[in-house]
Design a protein. Structure first.
Length: 239
């Protein structure tokens, strides 16, 4: 366990959860997300973009990639897919949802999270291991981290600059809805170094970095990202 992670209270045996992973035309990281869920002890359930049935899952991951080719703008078409419509309805009823990179873009386009993701400052695609500081550790997806934890999770995106109106930013900061911030250099020009945000209930989280690529040392910079998947898998989030 990383120094930036904390275990379940009282050593209780985890309760296995079924976590849906949506695949869009152009998804790249759906299998990686499913692998991360399985490493965390959950059952990954494949969900297709054209379907409307969530198959009784306990949470949903919208993975990274280029949904529908990122035509118009990233996430703009995926937002209207039948599956995202079902996810939006379920999220408003409290279903935990994690949007990673392109999934974060979809969540903003769908109105589940405030703000938008725009072209990186400098207009270059960025791919690197990135230091983050975990700000909000009381969400459905981040409750296994310790507050202020310094973790390393890769980024790989061309449209990752988080932008939001000043009044909304002030409200996000006041309400503690910034989930993570970039450390050691902002890779995309996001306002206030924001790498991820959540909704007021802590059930919906959008994150530009890729925790599914930091779940085992063999294929990533370490395992700091694995803690992102364990809370919903173990059922330790109480809201």
């Amino acid at each position: 366990m990383s120094s930036g992670q904390r275990g379940t209270a009282g050593g209780a045996s985890p309760v296995t959860r079924r976590i849906g992973v949506v695949t869009f035309p152009g998804s790249l990281d759906d299998r990686d997300a499913a692998h991360a869920i399985q490493l965390g002890g959950g059952e990954a359930v494949a969900l297709w973009h054209g379907d409307t049935e969530l198959s009784g899952v306990d949470a949903v991951v919208l993975p990274g990639g280029f949904s529908y080719g990122d035509y118009l703008r990233a996430g703009a078409i995926a937002r209207f897919s039948p599956m995202v419509g079902a996810v939006v309805d379920a999220a408003r009823d409290g279903l935990p949802v994690l949007g990673i990179c392109n999934g974060f873009q979809v969540l903003c386009e769908a109105g589940l999270l405030p703000g938008a993701l725009s072209r990186n400052v400098g207009l270059h695609f960025v791919c690197r291991d990135q230091r983050l500081r975990m700000e909000n550790t009381s969400t459905a997806w981040t409750s296994e981290y310790t507050p202020g934890a310094d973790v390393i999770i890769p980024v790989k995106h061309g449209e990752g600059r988080y932008i939001v109106r000043p009044a909304t930013l002030a409200q996000l900061e006041y309400d503690g809805l910034v989930v993570a911030r970039y450390l050691g250099g902002n890779p995309n020009g996001s306002v206030a170094d924001i790498a991820g945000v959540c909704n007021a209930g802590g059930t919906v989280v959008g994150l530009m970095p890729h925790p599914e690529h930091a779940v085992e040392p063999l294929t990533g910079p370490g395992s700091d990202g694995l803690a992102m998947f364990r809370p919903v898998v173990s059922g330790i989030f109480t809201g």
